[in-house]
Design a binder for this molecule. Structure first.
Ligand code: NHR
Ligand code: GAR
Length: 196
């Protein structure tokens, strides 16, 4: 059985989908949900599901990302994860942290990478007049949102969409995509999955 830790910053709807997928013949099980925000709504949702949680408040470390990540790594190493899923995790990770868990960190990003790495993806897709938007699950490397792509889900941009309307449509495909990619990744596949 593969051991999965999930890093969140917010409501954790992708985290809930990942947790709820890891039952039965799934090759992985959740061992920890870890947040950089002690008030993240997702922490209570993990507790409800009986999954251990921890928080490391990045604000306590000021600009010292290395010190913040030392604490993150201590929580992670205590549960020896095989796979670390970023699910709405909002802190950029240093190369040292990424190296420590090389090849084991996944992220879901709300755009059709390589378009729109970074933040404000939905507004950028709308401003560009794109016909399609979506989400990408990729392996995390030191280069932000640029690691090997494991899967994408796409949705149409609709007339009259604002960023919130588009984000809601993209989030639905995220909830299909991320559990499907995690299951394949935990089983050893690195083949790309395309939905939509
Ligand atoms: N770290 C590395 N090294 N590589 C990646 O691919 C990463 C990563 C950390 C997070 C998620 C990513 C996304 O899917 C992710 C991928 C946060 C920011 C950001 O600018 C950018 C991209 C992502 C996550 N964070 C600001 C920071 O200073 C804080 C922004 C905020 O708190 O609102 O860390 O989009
Ligand atoms: C998701 O849309 C995810 O792709 C995005 O934040 C949302 C989190 O929702 N991630 C990022 O923007 C990472 N920078 P959730 O907390 O309900 O899963």
């Amino acid at each position: 059985m593969k051991r999965v830790a999930i890093l969140i910053s917010g409501g954790g709807s992708n985290m809930v989908r990942l947790l709820d997928s890891m039952t039965g013949d799934h090759p992985a099980r959740p061992v920890l949900v870890l947040s950089n925000d002690p008030d993240a709504g997702g922490l209570a949702r993990a507790v409800e599901r009986g999954v251990p949680v921890a928080a490391v408040d990045h604000r306590a470390f000021g600009r010292d990302r290395a010190a913040f990540e030392t604490e993150l790594a201590a929580h992670l190493d205590a549960v020896a994860p095989d796979i670390i899923c970023l699910a709405g995790f909002m802190r950029i990770l240093t190369p040292a942290f990424v190296d420590r868990y090389a090849g084991r960190i996944l992220n879901i990003h709300p755009s059709l990478l390589p378009k729109y790495p970074g933040l404000h993806t939905h507004q950028r897709a709308l401003d560009a007049g794109d016909e399609w938007a979506g989400a990408t699950v990729h392996q995390v490397t030191a280069d932000l949102d640029a690691g090997p792509i494991l899967g994408q889900g796409r949705v149409p941009v609709m007339p009259g969409d604002d960023a919130a309307a588009l984000a809601a449509r993209v989030l639905k495909v995220e909830h299909q995509l991320y559990p499907a990619v995690l299951r394949r990744f935990a089983a050893g596949s690195r083949d790309r999955l395309d939905l939509g």
